[in-house]
Design a protein around this ligand. Structure first.
Ligand code: GAL
Length: 376
């Protein structure tokens, strides 16, 4: 039964009904507005990503609660499904935090962000990756977590979490540079620029034995079925683009470092006419900053930066949002949706979604604000 079509007669009749308010039937995107699900509740899937599977889209994101406690994972990862991308059905919480087990890496009160789900056709499993910070340790752990399910709507079973690619050299690091000796020692941390006189590989080398940091992240599956984990590493200074194993549940040891010292977060990747495009943000926590974009012929680079893809008023702040995913619309080649979050850290559950169309001009992705828009 399609819950949306059944709502149409109810909406028509609503003058004569005194029942609880019905969920509206959406026929457009209204960025930044409350976006109600099929139950008339604001969608709760922040920092999200989309899986398209057998004709249905699944939207996975962070379930937030009210207040600033909502910036910590109190519930888990929420899933919604849709056929048309406007109207979303609540599929419930598909990965639950561990309620009564403080020893679990995903203990209630941890930080679990930016979940992304992909389908592995070899194993028939749905694989979820996310950024995980251990309870009570702020953003210090910088772990990647992974969970699997037999169905897109879960339940997902947590497998493990940890740092990434311990003891592995990046494919793009010349052999003569492969030493853990840090010239001048580990530099003092800065949040958005790499100290000019420091060894540019200092944080990488520091973390070589124990594994690389992994914070803001996405997963990209290429046309050949190879999956990549793209994550802010090295104190957020440098992105890593790392291959996953054939079953998508671990890293296979091959990775490259991209945008060294550029301090990027919120990575999203898509492929258009044979080229790879990257959109991300700078590093300013929940506060918006200017988006970045880049292009490459090969996902492992070299990447060429293309500047801020946004234009018009508030383009320097990504219209108040921060990227989370880029969705290729099925059956409409060349149609991509830039998905972003407008964070509300004081009342996390009130975070808004900002979905905007991407167009291309001069070989660059372009994003402009729209109050309301529809798919072509
Ligand atoms: C943002 C990041 C979010 C969250 C936040 C915490 O930069 O993209 O996912 O981690 O910082 O301040």
């Amino acid at each position: 039964m399609n819950p949306y079509t059944t709502l149409i007669p109810l909406t028509v009749l609503c003058g004569t009904l005194s029942a609880a308010p019905q969920a509206p039937v959406h026929d457009s995107f209204t960025p930044g507005q409350i976006w109600m699900d099929n139950n008339g509740v604001h969608i709760n899937a922040h920092g999200g990503g989309i899986l398209h599977n057998h004709g249905t889209y699944y939207w996975y994101g962070e379930h937030k609660i009210e207040g600033d406690a909502g910036n910590y994972a109190q519930v888990g990862v929420h899933c919604y499904s849709s056929k048309d991308l406007y109207n979303w059905k609540d599929e419930g919480v598909v990965l639950k935090v561990a309620e009564n087990d403080d020893k679990s890496p995903i203990a209630k009160g941890c930080i679990l962000e930016r979940p992304k789900v992909v389908y592995n056709s070899k194993t028939g499993k749905y694989v979820m990756w996310f950024h995980l910070e251990l309870k009570g340790r702020g953003y210090g752990a910088a772990y990647a977590g992974v969970a699997v399910a037999d169905k897109p709507t879960g339940p997902f079973t947590f497998l493990r979490a940890g740092r990434v690619n311990a003891g592995q050299w990046p494919a793009d690091m010349p052999k003569e540079k492969r030493t853990v000796a840090i010239e001048g020692g580990v530099p003092k941390l800065t949040s958005s620029s790499y100290p000019a006189d420091a060894d540019p590989d200092a944080f990488f080398k520091r973390d070589f034995p124990g594994g690389q940091m992994s914070r803001d992240m996405t997963i990209f599956v290429d046309g050949d079925g190879k999956a990549y984990h793209i994550y802010s590493s090295e104190e957020n200074g440098t992105m890593h683009i790392a291959q996953l194993t054939d079953d998508y549940t671990a890293h296979n040891g091959r990775f490259v470092r991209a945008f060294p010292g550029r301090y990027m977060e919120a990575p999203a990747i898509f492929k258009h006419e044979g080229k790879y495009y990257f959109i991300g943000s700078g590093c300013s926590g929940w506060a918006p900053n200017a988006a970045r974009s880049a292009v490459a012929d090969n996902i492992e680079g070299p990447w060429k930066e293309l500047g801020n893809p946004c234009s018009g008023p508030r383009a320097d702040k990504t219209f108040g949002g921060q990227s989370t995913y880029i969705l290729p619309v099925q059956g409409k080649p060349g149609t991509y949706i830039f998905m972003a979050d407008i964070w509300k850290p004081q009342n996390a559950i009130d975070g808004r979604y900002m979905w905007l169309p991407i167009r291309f001009a001069d070989g660059k992705p372009k994003i402009e604000w729209q109050d309301r828009w529809q798919l072509p």
